[in-house]
Ligand binder design. Structure first.
Ligand code: C2E
Ligand code: MG
Ligand code: MG
Ligand code: MG
Length: 287
């Protein structure tokens, strides 16, 4: 009886697996098609200076216009990471982001920095340097206006290679941020040696501010450490003014989150900015 159940189980799994493999293959094809037919687009989320509510920059977040819906990266990027298409997609993001920077700056009225997320695979591949250099030349963008975001785990996978890569990026003059900081495995002694510019405090630590004691302590520790290492700090995922206020009190310089603006296409930036100024900059100049 048990044997029969086992066999049944086995059959069940092979059918499931085969189905999964077919779906996977289907997704590979669709992603390839998406790249060829330009179905990817960039959304932009503002990064705000918490001292004066100026817009300091925008982060590029990829979207896939798939049939009539807009897919977020959690639906497809892991597949691209597995099948290697992430390299080409990443090159496209880098180029497109630099192309749109000028229009972003025009909408805001001063030059804004742009941030681009890099996948672990992109960061591990030395062609990144040539790609960056070429895109910078083509766009004419000042390298200091480009920040690349990598996760801690991209760094610790091979710390020697990572250090070389960071050195080469620094030579190019582009900035580097550690994204989702605090949830990975980057030790403080590494952090001290690595030529990075910015820490982005992961959203999970911001979510329960200001009431949660342990998250308060973590954020305070990150801010103190960053100040010591002369790193900029961006808090991710600010949704309420209570969260914002506790971050400002702690000395956090920059913030991103739904409180200020959701990721949006370039065409919406100008009208968003009009509303943002009303809500935040007037309040700031009155007080
Ligand atoms: P991330 O770089 O940490 O980006 C922040 C994510 O948090 C974005 O999700 C953004 O929409 C969301 N977010 C921002 N503010 C808030 C908030 O106040 N509340 C909440 N609940 N969420 C907020 P998104 O756009 O779905 O991107 C998810 C992740 O996908 C990104 O996390 C990044 O790791 C990755 N990603 C996005 N675009 C690219 C890309 O072009 N290349 C690569 N390699 N990865 C990308
Ligand atoms: Mg990011
Ligand atoms: Mg992040
Ligand atoms: Mg994140």
């Amino acid at each position: 009886k048990a044997k029969e159940a086992g066999r049944h189980c086995y059959r069940f799994f092979t059918v499931e697996l085969q189905h999964a493999a077919e779906q996977r293959h289907e997704m590979d094809l669709r992603l390839r098609q998406a790249l060829n037919e330009q179905q990817f687009l960039l959304y932009w989320q503002p990064k705000i200076s918490l001292q004066d509510f100026r817009v300091s920059g925008f982060e590029a977040l990829i979207r896939w216009q798939y049939q009539s819906s807009i897919l977020t990266p959690d639906k497809f990027l892991h597949i691209a990471e597995d099948n290697g298409l992430i390299q080409e997609i990443g090159r496209w993001v880098l180029q497109q982001a630099m192309r749109e920077q000028h229009a972003l700056s025009s909408a805001i009225g001063h030059p804004v920095q742009i941030s681009v997320n890099l996948s672990p695979r992109q960061f591990a591949d030395t062609t990144l340097i040539a790609d960056c250099r070429r895109s910078l030349q083509q766009s004419g963008l000042s390298p200091s206006l480009l920040e690349l975001e990598i996760t801690e785990n991209s760094l610790i996978h091979d710390i020697n290679e990572a250090t070389k890569m960071l050195g080469a990026l620094k030579q190019l003059g582009v900035r580097v941020a550690i994204d989702d900081f605090g949830i990975g495995h980057c030790s403080l002694s590494y952090l001290r040696q690595l030529p990075v510019n910015t820490l982005k405090i992961d959203r999970s630590f911001v979510r329960d501010l200001p009431l949660d004691q342990s998250n308060n302590a973590i954020v305070a520790a990150v801010l103190a450490m960053a100040a010591n290492l002369r790193l900029d700090v961006v808090a991710e995922g600010i949704e309420t003014s209570a969260q914002q206020n506790s971050l400002v009190l702690g000395g956090c310089q920059y913030g991103q989150g739904f409180l200020y603006g959701r990721p949006m296409p370039l065409a919406q930036i100008e009208s968003w900015y009009g509303e943002f100024k009303q809500r935040f900059q007037q309040a700031a100049s009155i007080s």
